[in-house]
Ligand binder design. Structure first.
Ligand SMILES: [Zn+2]
Length: 399
């Protein structure tokens, strides 16, 4: 019994060290010597050499170039680097009107992309479309596949890879991991799209690896994700960051969840569009009216704003309620970075300023002053990038 435990522990230690070595080679973009890997990881040179040999056998690492000899003289060292194309990661985002699937390399660069129209697709039909996208990626793979990451809307049991409830897709308790693992024979990870967007912004959009960040996705609904101490924070029921249904307006509009005055009823794009339509009935002779024809979009509203500045109040109100809700998050967590994503980006500084002003009025001034609100660095591809980052970190320890 004891030897079995010891064996298991040794295997775990080896796996941990292998990840550590790979991670340091990955982070050193210009190549790194075995001696420097040993110094940085505090492992012995023999252990590092052994693990590097294994990583080279697996095709993940190669010798590329010669470094400078140390001041003590001796032979200049061979430099190691990760072979970016040694593995592929598949990522699929099923949270939008289109399903987007991509094969990415180890640096999160998109190698191939597949897009499929998915509006009105639900249940089994949506699952079949997802299968078809992955089939197409799999058929054209150029390297072994590390794993598949799925960005799903709704409530996701990340631990077991089950989509518990995604209303728009009419998915209820769908064991996506089991289903796709059986089909493709590689590890599968499933997470909520707002959570993965937060992970993507943290991984690819923030300069600081020790940043705590809240990323809010303002779309038809509102969701957010938290990265705390470098880790995605799911909450005990996988619903951390579910701020869309925080009630902010007393006696407000009835929400799809059954309550009144949820953040989504005042700050989502759906709410903004409804408010703009109402504004038009009050200002029918506005010169902006000809620009505000259906289908409404944030881009159209931004154009109209340039023609009739009075419309700014409607946009500011959307931002105001968002700031009020964010105050609760900032008050609890004292995070330094808040990032907003979604089409509201077209409103620029005006939107950010209004969010920040509301935040300042709703939380301890010191906390508000420490908090920087800005738009995220990534676009619509964020959930895909987050899904691939998630697979890479779980399977290979890379970020
Ligand atoms: Zn609600």
């Amino acid at each position: 019994m004891r030897t079995r435990t010891e064996k298991a522990t040794r295997r775990q230690t080896r796996e941990h060290n292998r990840r550590l070595v790979l991670r340091h080679i990955f982070d050193a973009q210009d190549g790194i010597s075995r001696a420097d890997v040993a110094r940085l990881t505090r492992l012995t040179k023999a252990t590092v050499s052994d693990l590097v040999a294994e990583l080279m056998r697996d095709g993940l690492v190669e010798e590329a170039g010669i470094g400078e000899a140390s001041s003590a003289g001796g032979k200049p060292p061979l430099l190691l680097r990760v072979v970016d194309g040694a593995r592929e990661v598949f990522a699929v985002d099923v949270s939008g009107d289109q399903f987007r699937a991509a094969a990415l390399d180890l640096r999160g660069r998109v190698l191939r992309e597949q897009v499929a129209d998915a509006e009105d697709l639900t249940g089994e039909a949506a699952l079949a479309r997802l299968d078809a996208l992955l089939d197409a990626l799999y058929a054209e793979r150029q390297a072994p596949v590390v794993g598949i990451g799925i960005s799903s809307p709704g409530l996701v049991d990340t631990e077991n890879g089950i989509v518990c409830r995604a209303v728009n897709l009419q998915w209820q308790d769908v064991p996506l991991r089991e289903r796709l693992q059986t089909r493709f024979g590689v590890p599968v990870y499933v997470a909520n799209d707002s959570h993965l967007t937060a992970l993507a912004e943290y991984t690819f959009g923030m300069g600081s690896p020790d940043a705590n960040v809240v990323v809010v996705k303002v779309g038809p609904g509102i969701g957010s994700g938290l990265v705390l101490n470098g880790q995605l924070f799911y909450g005990d029921g996988f619903s951390a960051g579910e701020i869309g249904h925080l009630v902010v307006a007393d006696d407000g509009v009835l929400c799809s969840c059954g309550n009144r005055g949820c953040l989504e009823t005042v700050s989502s794009m759906r709410a903004l569009f409804a408010n703009v339509r109402h504004w038009l009935t009050v200002h029918p002779d506005s010169p902006a009216a000809t620009l505000l024809t259906p289908p409404l979009s944030c881009a159209r509203i931004a154009d109209a704003l340039a023609v009739d500045a009075r419309l700014g109040d409607v946009v500011d109100e959307t931002a105001h309620w968002l700031g009020r809700a964010l105050a609760a998050v900032v008050g609890v967590l004292n995070v330094r970075y808040v990032r907003l994503t979604g089409p509201v980006r077209v409103f620029g500084d005006r939107f950010i300023d209004a969010v920040q002003a509301a935040l300042h009025r709703s939380v301890l001034p010191e906390l508000a002053a420490q908090c920087e609100v800005a738009f995220g660095a990534l676009g619509d591809e964020a959930p895909l990038l987050g899904a691939s980052a998630y697979v890479l970190s779980r399977e290979l320890g890379l970020r």
